[in-house]
Design a protein around this ligand. Structure first.
Ligand code: GUN
Ligand code: ZN
Length: 409
């Protein structure tokens, strides 16, 4: 294969405060990898005259990374809301129980991957149902770069789910042996669905395997109260996971809202990541994640849709509300951070910082084309315009999505 140049405006995230913009940019791709990136006219002098150039009308940004969603809730995203625990029992757990049916699961997986690529998401972390087969289906029909785990849930849930859970450590080890561990996440659903002893056994597995670990932490007040009753001798919710050895730099914790100072200190000491899900938190009536605390304790975090808690899989929608909810609370947050937390930070969170997440040379050419070239002096304004609209608009806003340099949506 020959190198191909994509010519368009390019916006590349650098960090939480910085991005780099090329009005007339170029991205050189060979065998799915970014070979060069920069200003088109400068690049012209460095490439062969017969190099293929494709003009794209819009702005190239890195493909989005969604570090916390439930693919088995995609069909019902935005359909239900309400207090977390009631919402789980009444709507979500019955929906997940349907994934025992492999034909149903296969059709839902195809729909899910098609929809997220259309919306510009190329990478992420996904909770499956407890079923081994549905999880295998999500792994084998994967489009993009996903890390997926069957939720482990042994107690305090309907038997339509707990009967299928691989919460037995040996059954889980056997399942993990036949799974590509680079795409697998150990996924205790949340503390109320497991005993202290099972959590500890999972911590043991986490220590044996290089896999990522994902769970929910301190999402709602009622959940916090329930954890207190179930684990009366734990100093706080975070300690329930910490005692089990589940908090590591490979651990991604969804939500982290109802947190005390010592819990932030614990996360900081363990190097664990937070998956911040502003749209889900709003939809389920939970409080705002205290971004000021996350910043003060220097906790690494990335953005996520948490579908079906979040009403949409669009990371543009998540970015819109990320800026919205914190600004409404008087906390300053810039569009540069919204883009960074939805791309590069997500890849870093997944241990794939050297593979993807931005458009630097050597990384995989996973990118999205957003509409309309902005005037050079108003990139922030253009980007915020790109984030405006309702979830359905935003799901359709990208003009195209490319995986390893090949157009897929
Ligand atoms: N806590 C435990 N399970 C879930 C879930 O499926 N969604 C959300 N938002 N929180 C959870
Ligand atoms: Zn979740």
């Amino acid at each position: 294969m020959m190198e191909k140049i994509f010519r368009a405006s390019i916006l590349n995230p650098i960090d939480a405060n910085t991005w780099r913009f090329f009005q007339d940019g170029a991205l050189g791709v060979d065998q799915g990898i970014i070979m060069r990136m920069g200003d088109f006219t400068t690049m012209l002098s460095q490439i062969d005259a017969d190099t293929e150039v494709e003009d794209l009308d819009g702005v190239i940004v890195p493909g989005f990374v969604d570090v916390h969603l439930h693919w088995v809730q995609h069909r019902v995203r935005g359909r239900f809301s309400g207090e977390l625990l009631t919402w789980l029992r009444e709507y979500i757990w019955p929906e997940e129980a349907r994934y025992v049916d492999t034909d149903f699961a296969r059709a839902a997986a195809a729909q899910f991957y098609g929809d997220v690529l259309r919306a510009g998401t190329v990478m992420g972390m996904s909770y499956s149902s407890p079923h081994a087969e549905a999880t295998q289906i999500a792994l084998t029909s994967m489009r993009g770069d996903w890390v997926i785990g069957n939720v482990l849930m042994a107690i305090n849930a309907p038997r339509t789910l707990t009967d299928y859970s691989l919460h037995d450590p040996d059954a889980l080890r056997a399942f993990m042996r036949q799974t590509d561990i680079t795409h697998y996440a150990l996924t205790p659903r949340f503390a109320p669905n497991l005993t202290a002893a099972s959590l500890k056994a999972l911590g043991q597995i986490a220590a044996e395997s290089p896999c990522l670990i994902q769970t929910h932490l301190a999402e709602s007040v009622a959940e916090l109260q329930w954890v207190k009753e179930l684990f009366p001798d734990a100093a706080h919710y975070t300690e329930v996971y910490d005692r089990a050895g589940l908090l590591t730099p490979r651990t991604i914790l969804g939500h982290c809202i109802e947190m005390r100072d010592e819990e932030w200190r614990c996360l900081r000491a363990r190097g664990s990541w937070v998956a911040h899900c502003p749209t889900s938190n709003e939809a389920l009536g939970n409080r705002r994640m205290p971004l000021e605390q996350v910043r003060a304790y220097n906790i690494p975090f990335a953005l996520a849709s948490d579908i079906g808690g979040g009403p949409s899989h669009s990371m543009l929608h998540v970015m819109q509300r990320f800026l919205g909810v914190h600004r409404e609370a008087g906390v300053s947050v810039v569009p540069q951070e919204a883009l960074y937390r939805s791309t590069k930070a997500g890849a870093e969170c997944m241990g794939r910082g050297s593979i993807g997440g931005d458009l630097t040379v050597g990384k995989r050419a996973d990118f999205v084309l957003l509409p309309q070239k902005p005037a050079v002096d108003s990139i922030e304004h253009w980007f915020e315009e790109c984030l405006s609209g309702n979830p359905t608009d935003l799901e359709q806003r990208p003009l195209g999505t490319w995986l390893s340099g090949a157009r897929v949506a």
